[in-house]
Write a protein of this length. Structure first.
Length: 229
């Protein structure tokens, strides 16, 4: 009697025997997002990676959008948990800002998702933490909304741009040092009479560290809010 299975039918992947948790799904989704971006996150890819079926995934998340949002919240929650809020408020605020910058640098898709959904619970928690620190730094209540928004927008804006730059370099197979050398060479050729600052900043452009420059911006912000009364 001939087998009913076609010759080219691929054997099914073995199903997992242990329980599937929401935490494991989010962790696996994060791995897919980090390795291939948002296009790599599909429910099919998850079922293959987790050796499970669609029903088990849908038991924990509604769809891809829900999963992407949950993974984003998880990353931001880690940033918040890594910065104790009972120490020096300036140091804590600096650490929070740098934590979010590093998180978006490590997970570029986070910045895009936060831009689409600025009401995400974890981002609201971040915003609330910033506001408490501004209060501890004696920023007047009338200025706190603008100050918190300015800092959060600065952090996200620079982090997202930094991540975009990194993707561009990766896509063009260009290392950062070569890119900056080329940019500095272009700056060196401008008319110093018309662009004195640009011309004088060639060496700094070539040698600057993005992370240190980001923190310098945070320090400028801190110096500014210290003058509010």
């Amino acid at each position: 009697m001939m087998s009913t299975m076609g010759k080219n039918t691929a054997p099914r992947s073995p199903r997992r025997t242990d329980s599937l948790s929401r935490e494991l799904i989010i962790e696996t989704a994060t791995e897919l997002l980090d390795s291939g971006g948002e296009s790599a996150l599909t429910l099919r890819a998850l079922t293959i990676r987790l050796s499970t079926g669609y029903g088990a995934i849908y038991h924990h998340v509604a769809d891809k959008g829900d999963l992407l949002a949950a993974a984003t919240d998880d990353i931001i929650t880690r940033v918040l948990s890594g910065a104790a809020l009972d120490e020096d408020p300036r140091a804590t605020l600096r650490r929070l800002a740098l934590g979010l910058f590093d998180a978006v640098d490590a997970h570029p898709w986070v910045g895009a998702e936060l831009s689409r959904q600025p009401w995400r619970p974890a981002l609201l928690d971040f915003y609330e933490s910033i506001a408490r620190l501004l209060d501890a730094l004696a920023v007047p209540e009338r200025a706190r909304f603008d100050a918190a928004g300015t800092l959060t927008n600065y952090v996200l804006g620079v982090a997202v741009q930094n991540a975009a730059n990194a993707r561009y370099l990766a896509d063009t197979k260009t290392d950062r040092a070569s890119f900056l050398d080329n940019a500095a060479a272009q700056w060196a050729q401008v008319d110093p009479a018309r662009y004195p600052f640009v011309h004088a900043s060639v060496t700094q452009l070539r040698e600057h560290d993005d992370r240190e420059q980001f923190l310098a911006g945070v320090d400028i912000f801190l110096a500014g809010i210290a003058t509010l009364d």
